[in-house]
Design a protein around this ligand. Structure first.
Ligand code: SAH
Ligand code: SF4
Ligand code: F3S
Length: 454
């Protein structure tokens, strides 16, 4: 048995791809290890989104060089978005790297490995989908699984590399998605997070019919027996349509937590970013979603220090955050990405201004996150139990709002949704106790109404 070590950076789509690469390589004799130093094959599944993310790869390759000197048979592959963006340049820059394989080409890894030690690059966008070449794995998996339904982006926000690294928007046929969803549920998944760079731009081709949108897809998957929770990420405000809002109103399995990036609260900045919506558009969409699902909690992404951003424009972002109220959010300093339009702007913001804005936005978001967590204390929430905790007799699960929840329960509860009364809120998770004895086994939990206590 050869050993495979995969290190994953970036978004959940990379996490999904890493899992699929492991499944792909298993029949070729590779078993996963959690250490690079005894691996025969190391895959770095990389992210290109910000400068720091890209740089990490080369420092990791530097560390691997020493290991490889001691293990000359070792193969080092770089996958993901840096691989796609830099391609053959990576082989020139780092002699340690053997294989460079883009996010649409990793199904070719077995044939590349079979060619022995030749250094190779696969970064084309093949006409046939990688999904047609990936095997279905048979192993049991955890209660929560990712499922990529859409890839690529046609939006071309002026700061972003994704349209270049992941290519044009493409949706998998709804029938294929449903088949994979059923297979994941059969292997133990109770929650599916549908993934896409623009997941709500999903338009799944349907044999002999109209393309299927995300709202309709959610309804279809919600019928799968044993599937208790559905989530999707990342969505774009422009693609929130009536059918999706209706699904939030009517499908209890669709969790009341939504990551809906807005980036900025200033209309001039949003226009310069090419987001295709105003701050008021965002407010209206949130209001409609909240009307459909009153307990909906929101998450978002923010960029501070976009070229030309004034103090007043930054204040508009803080004001929007204060007004909407987020359960959780990510915020980033604008990072200049070569080849993107905003990188060429002469109005770059000095680093110290970006630092100060990031600190201010993060302080506000932190307060909102803490308040949201504190507001759960005393409530009884349905919690999907995911894994054993660090202490004996303890398990860890997730609330509908993706918060980690610690409680005492037998490991047999893993895979069930159980009602938990929240007793305390820490900075990163909640703690509570079981509210009743219902739904201990996976089978019983299937009937447990997810919405019961919310
Ligand atoms: N498709 C998603 C986001 C994908 S990238 C969307 O449209 O919202 C994830 C997040 O990284 C973005 O939402 C953005 O906030 C951040 N990001 C992307 N490019 C960036 C850059 N050049 N500098 C700083 N943050 C960036
Ligand atoms: Fe990047 Fe914008 Fe596409 Fe999101 S919508 S992936 S931020 S270009
Ligand atoms: Fe990073 Fe590529 Fe995801 S750039 S955020 S790994 S799509």
């Amino acid at each position: 048995m050869k050993k495979l070590f995969i290190k994953t950076y970036g978004c959940q789509m990379n996490a999904y791809d890493s899992a699929r690469m492991a499944e792909l390589l298993a029949p070729h004799g590779y078993g996963v290890t959690d250490r690079a130093d005894d691996a025969d094959l190391v895959i770095l599944n990389t992210c290109h989104i910000r400068e720091k993310a890209g740089e990490k790869v080369y420092s990791e390759v530097g560390r691997l060089r020493e290991i490889k000197q001691a293990r000359p048979g070792m193969t080092i592959a770089v996958a993901g978005c840096v691989a796609q963006a830099e391609g053959a340049e990576m082989l020139r820059r780092a002699p340690t790297i053997d294989l460079v394989v883009g996010p649409q080409s990793y199904h070719r890894l077995p044939e590349m490995l079979a060619r022995g030690h030749a250094r190779q690059v696969a970064t084309d966008f093949p006409a046939d989908s990688k999904f047609d070449h990936l095997p279905e794995a048979a192993d049991r998996i955890g209660p929560s699984a990712f499922l990529t339904i859409q890839e690529g982006c046609d939006k071309f926000c002026t700061f972003c590399v994704v349209p270049y690294t992941r290519g044009a928007e493409q949706s998998r046929p709804a029938a294929d998605v449903e088949r994979e969803a059923r297979a994941l549920v059969a292997r133990g998944a109770r929650e599916l997070t549908l993934l896409g760079q623009n997941v709500n731009a999903y338009r799944g081709p349907e044999a002999g019919g109209e393309p299927v949108g995300l709202g309709a897809l959610v309804r279809r998957l919600a019928r799968i027996s044993g599937l208790l929770r559905i989530r999707y990420t990342t969505s774009h405000p422009r693609d929130v349509d009536d059918a999706l809002i209706a699904a939030h109103a009517e499908e209890p399995a669709l969790m009341p937590f939504l990551h809906l990036p807005v980036q900025s609260g200033a209309d001039r900045v949003l226009a310069a970013m090419n987001r295709g919506h105003s701050a008021d558009d965002y407010r209206r969409i949130v209001a409609r979603l909240r009307a459909a699902r009153p307990d909906l909690a929101l998450s978002s992404d923010f960029i501070v220090g976009f070229p030309g951003e004034t103090d007043a424009e930054f204040a508009a972002t803080l004001a929007l955050i204060a007004e909407i109220g987020f359960a959780q959010a990510f915020s980033f300093k604008y990072s200049r990405r070569p080849g993107t339009p905003a990188a060429a702007s002469p109005d770059q913001i000095p680093e110290d201004v970006k630092d100060a804005r990031l600190a201010a936005v993060q302080a506000l978001l932190r307060r909102q996150q803490d308040d949201f967590a504190a507001a759960q204390v005393g409530r009884t929430l349905p919690v999907l139990i995911e894994r054993p905790g660090r202490h004996e007799g303890q398990v860890v699960g997730r609330s509908p709002y993706l918060q980690g929840v610690h409680l005492r329960a037998p490991v047999a509860a893993i895979g069930s949704v159980i009602p938990v009364t929240i007793e305390s809120a820490g900075p990163n998770s909640l703690a509570g106790r079981r509210a009743s004895m219902v739904a201990e086994s996976g089978a019983a939990a299937v009937q447990a109404p997810e919405r019961m206590a919310v």
